[in-house]
Design a protein. Sequence first.
Length: 240
Amino acid sequence: MARLQRLLRVYVLDTSAVTDPRLRGIIGGGSLDESVRVLGEMLARARIRYGLEIYMPPSVYEEARRFLMANGVTLQSFQTLATWITVKPPARHEVSVPATVLREIVDEFRQRIMRGLRVAEDHVRRAFDTGTALGAAAQREARRERLGALIRGLRDKYREATRHGIVDSVEDIDAVLLAYELHGVLVTNDEGVRRLAEALGVVTIDPVKFINIVRGLVAHAPVSEEETAEAREELEEAEA
């Protein structure tokens, strides 16, 4: 087995690493199910030949599993992928995060709350103006349609103002913390996850680049069925 240096060997995947819509075109396969199966086979060869280590926190693993299974991926194909992913929670009580990063997070959330408040105020004014313009004699259906459009606009703009570009889920936090703990590369296309990871000094790469790295590794690394079975047994024993 050819061993890679740690920075090229240890990867932590967030949900986007296996759900990014661009991956199907890169990996090949006529369906998401086929793409997931092919990805699993690629990871198997990279693991066996180069000792590639792929991790996911439990929360991310479950989120990815639910998404894939709900979008046509069979249990067999998912297991082909999951076999080569080590599910490990971050050591939340042991990992120390610099205070300056925590301060930046709080300041960012404060700013986002204020942006969301301004968006809400603007849409309240629009709703009031809409009701006044339609008048008491306006048809109920027309009023409902106008207000419905305003509510949809409020939701979209509020989401953009308060959630775009920041970490807003426990899955995101778990992925960053695990990569930080393992000194691994975090695979993500999420801007907020990437920003937090880089603030902690964690290297991040896009899922497309990750796939290209794996493809490059396995391009000339044929693996026999016996080697695959042996590696799978070793992996299961290590996780037991």
